[in-house]
Design a protein around this ligand. Structure first.
Ligand code: NAD
Ligand code: 6OD
Length: 484
């Protein structure tokens, strides 16, 4: 049986206990994972602290950037290993892992390596009333030890999205990947070693949340900041946990994202885009659209076309190049998604397609697949319209005016992402600017430029990462004022 270990101070180490890593496509155990106990989490934090006093601290931004490019090279060299590990852990199709997750991991290192070399900071020539002059300039310093806690939906992409800028800024990190998807975090340690990242700079502790490695990390007094991606209620628990030591947090949390489709949209492009926005990664992307609002004139045509798309998706084996969708991540998550399917019908939804478990007559029946699902007919007040489901499901509702569409889209406590589909770019700008979210796409979805701000409002998060926003979170600014 494959074993996945912690990585502490440059060494792969076993934990005191093990837990099973399950392949969601067929329910088989693929590895045993070492769970780090409190002492090992402390070892990882101490290793990180020690690394901050060593070679890593003496490297300039240029050399750190060079090493991060080497990490990207090492990821690309192991491309197939990363893809295989990611599809086994998540069940996502190989096409998705090869086009999105693994290339993005390498890109995360390259972009933040370049950015940290290029970015400047403000300086001011200050005049005082008595005629004295002063020069103010700010310098960046690392925060120290950054705790990184990540979810299971895009494990490597989201881990590197945080680890890359944290390392670029000169921090040392302790990563706690999701217990559902531990493999690529440990594999990344091999890339770190090959790239010459000094021991203790990148550490991995495996385990769970409360009462396990996740909580041990957030509570640790010598961890200087926590960056977290995951569920909103976990974010709330982490906030409580870090309160005693007043750690800065960056939170990328859940969403209940809306798509607004106007009758003047390019129907074919919009259908392709919405099909991705609803079903990509089996709907397990925080940015996925679970609420789709369609101008009444094209409502019936659109619903029928989306139904056809949903029914044409191939729920395949992850390793099959023709698979469009994989399973959900786990049996409990499938229970949760199915409970919403049940609730939707209780709340008065009409099932357009799906709503159940597909039948394969092979080992996939032991996995955690669900049918791509579309509903109509729910009132805006229904729980299924308010709560994040995180599966391959959307509700489609008609609207008659732009104002009504904006009102419905914004009627949520979340505020992560929105998409607007129209050929009228003036309207695209106008509507986009009214969205209470962190990210609005017009005529596209999940089109990323890593220099742009990324994050959510309301229950969707705290802060922004991306580009200089990441550099600002992962560093402390020291303003120096010199009297001239
Ligand atoms: P989760 O919150 O259950 O778990 C995320 C991580 O937090 C895991 O590593 C888990 O072990 C850890 N954790 C759980 N409880 C903890 C605690 N008390 N203390 C410290 N760590 C703890 O999330 P998930 O189910 O893995 O991921 C799905 C969720 O993530 C969805 O809500 C989705 O919207 C959200 N998400 C958001 C974004 C974004 O960018 N906004 C991106 C991806 C996923
Ligand atoms: O693309 C990104 O940088 C990012 N953080 C994506 C998050 C996706 C959520 O599941």
């Amino acid at each position: 049986m494959k074993r996945i270990q912690n990585y502490i101070d440059g060494q792969f180490v076993s934990g005191v206990r093990e837990f099973a890593d399950i392949n969601p496509a067929d329910g088989a155990i693929i590895a045993q994972v070492s769970e780090a106990d409190k002492a090992q989490v402390n070892d990882a934090v101490q290793a990180a602290r020690c690394a901050l006093r060593g070679e890593w601290a003496r490297l300039g931004a240029r050399e750190r950037a060079a090493r991060l490019h080497r990490v990207a090279d090492a990821i690309e060299k192991r491309f197939d290993c990363f893809v295989q590990a990611e599809i086994a852990d998540t069940g996502k199709p190989i096409s998705l892992a090869s086009k999105l997750d693994v290339p993005r991991a390498a890109a995360n290192f390259r972009v933040f390596a370049d950015l940290v070399k290029m970015s400047g900071l403000e300086s001011f020539h200050t005049e005082t009333p008595n005629g004295a002059n002063a020069l103010n300039y700010a310098i960046r310093k690392p925060l120290g030890v950054v705790g990184i806690i990540t979810p299971w939906n895009l494990p490597l992409l989201l881990l590197t999205w945080k680890a890359a800028p944290a390392l670029a800024c000169g921090n040392a990190v302790v990563v706690k990947p999701s217990e559902e998807t531990p493999a690529t975090a440990t594999l990344l340690a091999e890339a770190m070693q090959e790239a010459g990242i000094p021991r203790g700079v990148y550490n991995v502790v495996h385990g769970f949340g409360a009462g396990s490695a996740g909580e041990f990390l957030t509570q640790h007094p010598e961890v200087n900041a926590i960056t977290f991606t995951g569920e909103t209620k976990t974010g709330a628990a982490i906030m409580k946990s870090v309160a005693a030591t007043v750690k800065p947090v960056s939170f990328e949390l859940g969403g209940k994202n809306a798509a607004i489709i106007f009758a003047d949209c390019d129907l074919e492009t919009t259908l392709a885009g919405i099909s991705e926005a609803v079903f990509l990664n089996t709907g397990q992307v925080c940015l996925c659209a679970e609420r789709v609002y369609v101008e009444r004139k094209i409502f019936t045509v659109f619903v029928n076309a989306l139904k056809k798309k949903a029914e044409s998706l191939n729920l395949g084996w992850p390793a099959d190049a023709n698979s469009d969708l994989g399973p959900l991540i786990s049996a409990p998550h499938r229970e949760k998604v199915l409970s919403y399917f049940h609730l939707a019908t209780q709340e008065g939804a009409k099932v357009v397609t799906g709503g159940g478990i597909p039948k394969f007559d092979d080992k996939r029946d032991d996995g955690f697949y669900v049918q791509p699902t579309i509903y109509t007919g729910l009132p805006e007040s229904a729980r299924c319209m308010k709560e994040e489901i995180f599966g391959p499901v959307c509700h489609v509702a008609p609207f008659d005016s732009e104002e009504e569409a904006v009102g419905m889209a914004n009627d949520t406590e979340y505020g992560l992402a929105a998409s607007i589909w129209t050929s009228d770019l003036k309207r695209g700008h106008r509507v986009a600017q009214q969205m209470n979210v962190g990210i609005t796409w017009v005529n596209c979805w999940f089109l990323r430029d890593l220099r742009t701000p990324f994050g959510g409002v309301g229950l969707s998060g705290i802060g922004r990462e991306g580009g200089v926003h990441s550099l600002n979170f992962y560093s402390e600014l020291n303003n120096v004022c010199i009297k001239l």
